[in-house]
Design a protein around this ligand. Sequence first.
Ligand SMILES: [Zn+2]
Length: 348
Amino acid sequence: MRKVSLEQKPRYISLPKHHDRVEIPRISPLHDSDTLTRDNWRNKETISHVNFSMSSDEMGENSVLNQCESPLMLRTGSMMPGITLDGEVFQLSKTEIFDAIIHILSCSALDNPNYLTIIKDSPNGTLQFILHFIEKKSCEQIYKERAVLLKCLYSSNMCSEKQKSNDVHMINLTGTLSTTWETCLDNEPSLYCAYECELCGSYITLLPVLTVDTNLILRKGFEALNEGLHFYHYLTKVKCQQEGCPEMCTVTAYPNFHICIYLDVRRNDRSHTKIQCKLQNFPKTLELKSLPGQYRLQGIVSESSDRTVAYCLRAEDHWELYDGYSMIVETFDSSGVINPCGAIYIRT
Ligand SMILES: [Zn+2]
């Protein structure tokens, strides 16, 4: 869980528009105790100001599209030539999990006008990229925009080498669904947790993804996701997250408009392998304990042999497979077996 900040005299304001105006304390980043937090905030500031505009020179390069390819699919970075930005070449690799998130959230925005409206208001760079992707489809400019965004988000993963006359910058996105969501949707987490501490006052932590009770899922399967989800609207006696504070706090959790559930459910035997399931095993609606309203299943991020792919549940209630290596959208039977690493739901 990432610490956001602490303010001595908390002021009370509303959460962002989409939170039904629940009054919770406002905080501003005063101090952060670890490098990761500081880097994340710095990234956030950078990403909010990413400029996607391209010069006409840059637009003409890197022809990568095939007429037969699906217009709403991103080709995986390692299958593409380097992208030239301001005369420098960027080679992306391991973009599959990032692309899977983009594919699921793009389908969500296309199928759900409310979600589209919400992401239009978000300052998050990845969500803004999704709006551009829906508008412009898979094209050279979109691949440049992906490179611009990932260059900002993954600057610490970049390494450079001299090749012929150019410096080539390699950006490797190695990570899990959980770390990818945290990096790319840093200011649009799955959950906001409002802490009340007698010593420290009020502050908020962001929870990028939700997790599950793995023993319960192993026993009952993903059909029991509602029951097995680690979500509690109100908790007491939670240890204060501020460094060195011994107090126990009350915590109120506010789910965001989208929820990513990290599913690293492994067998309890020696193999320790991830469990398989069928797409139809996942509940199509999620109800969060003690809260009104529902969330609808939008997609599953899954590992498929040597790659990560996205299964998107479209409005017509059929599944589509998005694989950035094949570039052809295929309908997928809900009885097909998959290796899930996460599920994405959005508020209905
Ligand atoms: Zn405290």
